[in-house]
Write a protein that binds this ligand. Structure first.
Ligand SMILES: Cc1cc2nc3c(=O)[nH]c(=O)nc-3n(C[C@H](O)[C@H](O)[C@H](O)COP(=O)(O)O)c2cc1C
Length: 404
């Protein structure tokens, strides 16, 4: 789970008071010179306060896993087969009987609105319009209900198993009532990751306006202004259960994640959840085997984007062994997706679909609603091109025979 700023922000930061700045809020932003997810990242780095950018961008400890997620992808080589008519291509993918336009979705990202105010809703709408999955985080900045409505049937829900039974029961019931069909239990956070950047940036819960943070805010008036206008990122799904009136994020965080999640917990969740159940954060094939035996409908191979540990495998390196034991059960993958070709690499190594977290957060940080659309467009066009380049017309036909 990823904690950023408390409700103090909107109330306590008035960027206009802090430094009178003339804002041109209507100026349209050109995105035509942004070619890649890395370009979106660089634009986001300029537009966001350092603590907000680092919160999204950073990884655990010395960020070894963060880097490894990329180098491991780069090492996967696909060998093109030419002399095939690739004029008509389809990136469509089926999962659990539903059809998606593309084989990628938005990974659950807590406090997504720290990337840009309203980012959660922008992404849910995008998924609804383009027909691909959007995974609502337990720690989303906007509540399950409006996000599910905006996603128009394309929302899934990610569950952190909370300490408090009322919160657990409440979240499950709300997800059911909202019409969610796919739930994903995240299991890699029992012992939270240590992110050094957040410590250096003095990111605390509740948020404190230290001189360092204040100077960061006043040099990013646009983000500050929009955040003050929309309200700072909150734990919208947990708020209804915090009855001490303080709305302190520390209190809410304590409600949010239990460190006692076990195989018995999984069995209980399986019994309580009637829809499809995925388990996210699996890196060992034996855990995958056991989760499937316990009734999970699929596995999400993930190292949480390198945010939890720095000494484990890249997700893409762990994928082949897990795909082998999963047999016909779907295996999804996240962590390190930055190029359309990465999605093809993951498919060749056994993934059914992938999820991307930061790619969409960078899009939001780079240009708000237009930026999340740009992130989708970049991944989609790169994917379509890469599938064609290896000599394939259907994404679903990509398999291990393309691997070198
Ligand atoms: C800012 C941030 C917040 C995240 N919050 C959550 C969360 O609330 N729940 C969860 O299961 N994973 C969370 N993740 C992990 C993502 O779901 C996903 O595993 C990861 O972002 C994939 O790596 P990528 O960013 O390289 O695509 C978060 C990731 C980021 C970057």
């Amino acid at each position: 789970m990823d904690i950023l700023i408390g409700p103090a922000l909107a109330a306590s930061v008035n960027p206009c008071e802090a430094q009178p700045v003339q804002l041109n809020l209507k100026r349209p932003m050109s995105l035509t010179n942004l070619a890649s997810i890395d370009d979106l990242r660089l634009r986001a780095r300029k537009r966001l306060p350092k603590f907000a950018f680092d919160f999204i961008d950073g990884g655990a400890d010395d960020e070894l896993n963060l880097r490894k997620n990329r180098t491991a992808f780069d090492a996967v080589e696909l060998v093109p087969r030419y002399l095939t008519d690739i004029t008509n291509r389809s990136m469509k993918t089926r999962l659990f009987g539903d059809e998606y336009t593309v084989p990628f979705g938005v990974a659950p990202v807590g406090f997504m609105n720290s990337a840009w105010p309203g980012a959660d809703l922008m992404l849910a709408k995008l998924a609804g319009n383009k027909h691909f999955p959007y995974v609502i985080s337990t720690a989303s900045s906007t509540a399950i209900e409006p996000l599910t409505e905006a996603a128009n049937g394309y929302a899934w829900f990610q569950l952190y198993y909370p300490c408090n039974a009322n919160v657990y029961g409440g979240l499950i019931e709300r997800a059911k009532a909202a019409g969610i069909k796919v739930m994903m239990l995240t299991v890699d956070v029992s012992s939270p990751g240590k992110r050094d950047r957040d410590i250096r940036n003095q990111l605390t819960v509740p948020f404190k306006l230290t001189p360092r943070v204040l100077s960061d805010l006043v040099t990013h008036p646009r983000w500050c202004w929009e955040t003050a206008r929309h309200g700072s990122p909150d734990l919208a799904n947990i708020l209804p259960y915090v009855d001490d009136g303080s709305r302190s994020l520390a209190t809410m965080q304590a409600e949010l994640i239990s460190s006692s999640v076990s195989w018995e917990t999984l069995q209980r969740i399986r019994d309580d959840w009637p829809g499809k159940l995925l388990i996210k954060g699996i890196l060992h094939p034996d855990d995958a085997t056991r989760a499937l035996a316990a009734g999970c409908d699929g596995i999400v191979v993930s190292n949480h984007g390198g945010r939890q540990i720095s000494f484990g495998p890249a997700s893409i390196s762990a994928l082949p062994d897990i795909a082998k034991v999963a047999g016909d059960s779907p295996v999804l993958l996240d962590s390190g997706i930055r190029r359309g070709a990465d999605i093809v690499r993951a498919k060749a190594l056994g993934a059914t679909m992938v999820l991307a977290g930061r790619a969409f957060a960078y899009g939001a940080g780079a240009a708000g609603e237009a930026g999340v659309g740009k992130a989708y467009e970049i991944l989609h066009t790169e994917l379509d091109r890469a599938v064609g380049q290896i000599g394939c017309t259907q994404f679903e036909a990509v398999d291990g025979s393309f691997l070198r």
